[in-house]
Design a protein around this ligand. Structure first.
Ligand code: PLP
Length: 438
């Protein structure tokens, strides 16, 4: 064992895999064994590994300008270009963009932007944020308060109440439905719960509702078709902002440019990271509506500067690689191709609906999960929640990297450049792994 303290790891665990290099959609361990990277690393390496153009963009930027900060009005071209390119892409009106280095810090930034914005428009009491059960928004102290997974909150004494974080239902019909409840009755009930929460807290105290359009770490939950329409109507009624956390779903992952597009959401704010640079370098973006930005300009002389920024906000290397990533997405029609491959992936994965271990196959585009159940007839879940780990290990044996999520599900999130033939390879390896897990 090295002296590393590993992230999200049991301290007693031993090192299980040492990845030495990557090429295309494959990685190789230190013994030379090949794995198809069915998770794009951690839902991020959209263009795969060893992309010559991204390497060249990084090298050129480091030779030209390896660092410049953005505090107090300093700027650089590559940062401004990236902001403008993003503004032209995202479904947020006249978007303004703040850069950071991770999905977690992007969400922290959004909390501060919200606080500042509502102070600026004279509504400082509008500060609470509604987040969902079974959501993942990161692990910094503030982002972990938004996250709705016990593992990321236990043992840390997080200031969830102090930050004004409220919790509402996860939109997962399989696990959330009551006896005899149809899918539309389920949506009516959980959206009624949302409205009741807003009314009991007071709409004038609630700033925003945060959601991953389709969740990742909590099990790839794709909400029922009319869920977001109903949520958005409630938020509009009470003047509450829709904050889409697109750290996973951004940039072609769900069969469209953004998860918000796929799910019919019109967001006021969006958070990005991961596929923004195809994970070649860390970078995140917090996006808000242009009129929100405009409303903060004049009050700034009274409130004082927006006292929030990272040394690495708009790091030139990260901006250059992100710009090149976005250029490749556009030039090579990556999102449309991934949508077609994603349709094929979803079709093939549903062949596992007949497998005795499989309770639900869910997903859209190039993101999916297979929920493994103890009893196929009743859908009863495994008690100890370890089956996902066994199945993921079995996949690994067969040369496929997947990921256990929410204990009993196995996630897939292959690079957007994966071909149909490589999808067949995923299905073949996963089929063998599921049989081994039986
Ligand atoms: N938000 C979502 C939806 C995520 O899936 C993640 C990470 O997986 C984060 C935020 C946190 O991002 P990071 O790990 O870069 O801090």
């Amino acid at each position: 064992m090295s002296h590393m303290i590993y992230p999200t790891t049991n301290f007693a665990a031993t090192e299980t895999m040492n990845i030495a290099r990557g090429d295309g959609i494959y990685v190789y361990d230190n013994h030379g064994k090949q794995y198809l990277e069915g998770m794009s690393g951690l839902w991020c390496a959209s263009l795969g590994y060893n992309n010559a153009e991204l390497i060249e963009a990084a090298t050129r930027q480091m030779e030209t300008l390896s660092f410049a900060h953005m505090f107090s009005g300093k700027t650089h071209d590559v940062g401004m270009q990236l902001a403008d390119t993003l503004t032209a892409m995202v479904p947020v009106d006249d978007a303004r963009v703040f850069f950071g280095s991770s999905g977690s810090d992007a969400n922290d930034t959004q909390i501060k932007l919200l606080r500042y914005y509502f102070a600026a428009i004279g509504k400082p009491e509008k500060r609470k944020i509604i987040a969902r059960e079974r959501s993942y928004h990161g692990v910094t102290v503030a982002a972990a308060c938004l996250t709705g997974l016990p593992i990321n909150q236990a043992n840390f004494d997080l200031p969830i109440d102090a930050l004004g974080i409220l919790r509402t239902d996860a939109p997962h019909y399989l696990r959330g439905k009551q006896d005899g409840e149809s899918e539309s009755q389920f949506v009516d009930r959980i959206t009624a719960n949302l409205e009741a929460l807003i009314l009991s807290e007071g709409p004038e105290t609630i700033a925003a509702f945060i959601a991953e359009p389709i969740t990742g770490a909590s099990g790839v939950i794709v909400p029922p078709a009319d869920y977001y329409e109903k949520v958005q109507a409630i938020l509009n009624k009470y003047d509450i902002l829709f904050w889409a956390d697109e750290v996973i779903t951004g940039f072609g992952r769900t069969g469209n440019d953004f998860g918000s597009t796929t799910m019919g959401i019109k967001p006021d704010m969006m958070s990005f990271a991961k596929q923004l640079s195809s994970a070649y370098v860390p970078i995140s973006a917090s996006v808000i509506r242009g009129d929100m930005y405009a409303a903060m300009i004049d009050p700034c002389s009274k409130l004082g500067v927006f006292g929030h920024g990272y040394t690495y906000s708009a790091h030139p290397l990260a901006c250059a690689v992100a710009l090149k990533t976005l250029e490749i997405y556009e030039r090579d029609n990556v999102f449309a191709k991934a949508a077609a491959t994603g349709t094929y992936l979803q079709t093939r994965l549903r062949e596992f609906n007949d497998h005795p271990l499989v309770g639900e196959v869910r997903g859209t585009g190039m993101i999916a999960a297979i929920e493994l159940v103890a009893n196929k007839e009743t859908g009863e879940a495994f008690k100890d929640g370890k089956v996902g780990y066994f199945a993921a290990n079995a996949c690994q044996e067969h040369g496929l990297i997947s990921r256990p999520v929410a204990g009993s599900s196995l996630a897939l999130c292959p690079p957007l450049i994966t071909t149909a033939t490589q999808i067949d390879e995923i299905i073949e390896k996963m089929g063998k792994a599921l049989d081994d897990t039986l």
